[in-house]
Design a protein around this ligand. Structure first.
Ligand SMILES: [Zn+2]
Length: 629
């Protein structure tokens, strides 16, 4: 019985007795060789859905994952259980891909984690073709979909896996997907037959509150004081992250910011301290959170409207993974809705502007017509926008559209990569290698460690080469530069920063084709998503029900969101509820205003006034008590 066998493996490596919710449905679907899309909430035990069947089948399991940190966590978790896993990222392959693949063979590694970019590498594709693969997994599969909120063009190339191994089952995993995204993912991955399994999504321990307040910061402080524990505040930009952090610090809170503008080290440091509880609160942009598993987050506050309900749902889902009571609070004010709709318009400039930016980009780098393909160019948005004589935002938005139609990639190289090619004709190369000086030593090392470097530009990590040579990094870089000057090698050093990569040769701007219907659809979709967000704010229905409905699922009224609570305590009943509370003892006005039952603060104040006027309650300072009769 395969269920028995699966349970034995579960017990042996994970020490669990049984599967949770739909885990077994997904596993048995995969075991019967069906392509499967599993929609499961974060923290719902998604990884077991591929790990268990992979261990029951012959061959390697290949997991495509969009995030380096995500891969590392999963690799570490598997290794801790004594399972053989390896991630093929540039930072953990000291001897290059060829050697890494050899070691995978010899150590019989079961789980291989890769980034989507890896699938552009011929060596790797040849490897896949040559071995037995039991299962392909695509993690965070919504990134594949035009409709998904984290759309990544390079993710679209994943279907090359299907071409390599038409008979191998494919498992796509995601936490949030609307009906459209569900269809799109299955189409993109060329599912042999549509097959989507939905997990249990209701998170009954999270109270979802939507609060309109013109004093967001003060409201934030109140919520944090009341709830305590670990939390995240989400904002939309780096600038706002810094600004709000400073304001909250000045209110006496221990808090730091987190965004893509910080150094890798600083981000790692802050994330680590937040994870281990020494730093209780982060004000973060969406750069924070994916792949971070912390069980005891007691609140997630959105200080600005997230661009989509998908993003919102995923972000607040980071609260309360330990099953204990947690809060998801969305704060908004009068300006927010308008800002949101304006942003959609700004994200989609006129096609004529996009064409202009396209043309300027090439003249900026002095690239003639019919040239430019595969060029990787260091990019500074401010400087380029200045060159265009335009504001930064429309320039950036235009480049993003050009990226979407795959004319170029914008890269934020967290991991800068130098490139190298060994050029001398064979004979001369051999002559140098016969010598015993540093030239010969480093050339020999390049030939041994950089596969394919005599035929094309390949990636080079100076640190790794230095380690291999047992030289200092300075000496290694200097020797590479010397070799470059003598013409023995082509050596392109890449500092950390932004790049633009051109995927095609330049064409005249008037001939640039941006499919008009496609562009219109994109814009339309973005605008629909923004409108859905606004509808959510204005909804008079249970928040949870609204969200589930949006994702095409059914849910009961949660009884815990602001709407459910408001319905619980109607203004008419508020007086009665207040009297009950005050019978137990006096309360400060602040603490009453933070009580979820009185989410409608305006109404609370109105009722309190009436009660004061009638002499039912007393107010001393900000302490309210029942008047003694
Ligand atoms: Zn509700």
């Amino acid at each position: 019985m395969s269920l028995d066998k699966a349970k034995t493996i579960l017990k042996k490596y994970w020490a669990y007795d049984d599967f949770r919710s739909v885990q077994w449905d997904v596993i048995s679907s995969v075991l019967s060789n069906r392509d499967t899309l599993a929609l499961m909430p974060t923290g719902g035990g998604k990884s077991l859905c591929y790990q268990i069947p992979a261990l029951m089948m012959q061959g390697v399991c290949i997991i495509v994952s969009p995030l380096l940190s995500l891969m590392k966590d999963q690799e570490d978790a598997l290794k801790k259980r004594g399972l053989k896993a390896r991630r093929l990222t540039t930072d953990n392959m000291p001897d290059g891909l060829g050697m890494a693949l050899n070691s995978i063979e010899t150590t019989r590694t079961k789980f291989i984690f890769i980034s989507p970019e890896r699938l552009q590498n011929k060596v790797f594709i040849d490897y896949i073709k040559s071995v037995k693969v039991c299962l392909f997994v695509v993690d965070e599969a919504h990134c594949i979909s035009e409709w998904g909120h984290d759309f990544r063009p390079e993710f679209r190339q994943i279907n090359i896996l299907r071409e390599c191994k038409p008979e191998t089952p494919l498992l796509a995993l995601t936490a949030t997907a609307t009906e459209q995204t569900v269809d799109d993912i299955q189409q993109c991955l060329k599912f042999r037959k549509a097959n989507c399994i939905r997990g249990e999504f209701e998170r009954k321990n999270i109270k979802t509150l939507v609060i309109k307040d013109e004093e967001k910061l003060a409201r934030c402080k109140k919520i944090i004081d009341k709830v305590g524990g670990s939390g995240i505040i989400y904002v939309s930009t780096r600038m706002n992250a810094e600004k709000q952090t400073k304001s909250l610090q000045s209110m006496g809170l221990v808090v730091e910011s987190y965004h893509a503008g910080l150094s890798d080290e600083e981000r790692k440091n802050r994330q680590e301290r937040w994870k281990n509880g020494t730093l209780p609160l982060l004000v973060a942009t969406k750069a924070f959170g994916m792949g971070i598993d912390k069980a005891d987050v007691s609140y997630v506050i959105h200080m600005e409207l997230p661009p989509t309900l998908e993003a919102y749902y995923q972000e607040y889902g980071r609260a309360g993974r330990n099953g204990k009571e947690a809060y998801a609070v969305l704060l908004y004010d009068n300006k927010d809705k308008e800002t949101m709709l304006r942003r959609v318009a700004m994200d989609y400039p006129d096609i004529e502007i996009i064409k202009q930016v396209y043309d300027k980009l090439h003249t900026y780098y002095k690239i003639p017509y019919l040239a430019g393909k595969n060029r990787e160019l260091p990019f500074d948005l401010a400087d380029f926008a200045n060159y265009c004589n335009m504001d930064k935002y429309p320039v950036y938005a235009s480049l993003r559209i050009l990226q979407r139609i795959e004319l170029l990639w914008l890269k934020d190289t967290e991991y800068p990569v130098s490139k190298i090619k060994v050029v001398p004709p064979r004979g001369e190369l051999l002559r140098i290698l016969e010598r015993t000086d540093d030239y010969s030593i480093i050339l020999g090392a390049l030939l041994r460690t950089c596969e394919g470097c005599t035929t094309e530009m390949v990636r080079l990590h100076e640190e790794r080469l230095a380690y291999y040579l047992e030289w200092s990094k300075e000496k290694t870089t200097l020797m590479l530069e010397k070799l470059h000057i003598t013409g023995c090698i082509l050596y392109e050093q890449r500092p950390k920063g932004h790049y633009v990569v051109l995927n095609h040769d330049r064409v005249p701007a008037k001939d640039l084709y941006i499919p008009p219907q496609y562009y219109k659809d994109l814009k339309q979709r973005a605008s629909e998503k923004a409108k859905a967000m606004i509808k959510y704010l204005e909804s008079k229905h249970c928040r949870q029900q609204f969200l589930f409905d949006y994702f095409g699922m059914k849910a009961n009224e949660c009884g815990e969101c602001d709407i459910c609570l408001k319905n619980l305590v109607k203004p008419k009943q508020m007086r009665g509820v207040l009297i009950e509370i005050l019978k137990e003892g006096e309360r400060s006005l602040d603490s009453l205003m933070c009580d979820e039952r009185f989410i409608d603060n305006k109404e609370l104040i109105r009722i309190l006034r009436i009660m004061l006027d009638r002499g039912e309650i007393r107010l001393q300072g900000d302490i309210i008590s029942l008047a003694r009769k």
